[in-house]
Design a protein around this ligand. Sequence first.
Ligand SMILES: [Zn+2]
Length: 241
Amino acid sequence: MTPTELKTAWLAKWRRTLDDGVYRMDHPEAHRVSCRLEALDMLEAGVIDQMEKLEMDELADAAYWHAVEELATAAEGYMFGGHYDVVRKAGAVCIGRIDANTYYSASGPGADGFDGKVFGTKHDLRLVFRRNDEAWPIKGLLLTAPCGELYDLVQTAQVINGKVYPIICDADAYRTVVDCAQIALEEHDFESYRIARPLLVTAKFTKCAACLDRFGLREDCMNCAGQGFIPKTSIQPTSSA
Ligand SMILES: [Zn+2]
């Protein structure tokens, strides 16, 4: 392979990662890092120069900010690394919990300490039980048993960079994180935003759909009473054993 052919092929590979919309929307932080690492490898191999790398990194950053702005208004779904109570809709009984994709039954875990695992991608998720290999599909935050019985996944915490953060249930705390995230977004401060984003997505509050938390509209908004955000409707378990 000539140096020109190598550059063409490698750029095409980088471009495929950059253009992978599913990966970008499912894992925006990982998508950005993958693009930047690919460009770094190309720089270290002498295939591109520093200037070309900067331009490529700018494209990866722009893709990231574009994705997260879109995701800020997206419906909530299962978060990898989330901690969830599994609550039967009928009777609101907590039957177990999922911690970072591992299921533990409330009635006491099995021999090796756990009872199941969550597998799949965001678009095709299932909880697979160890005792019988049964796979229950997860759609959004809803788990369905083969008999049709429905279970809510009620998030209690989120793991970010290896640390467990409780879900934000306090309105003042939520306001503070919203304001910090807004500044990080405007200043393209990646390190701050990557921490704020999962906290906002998993919080017990969501942006008010009527005023969109916009300055000037918010104050007179009847929907959120001037707060700019409203509580998410969720089911509370009667037991969190
Ligand atoms: Zn409002």
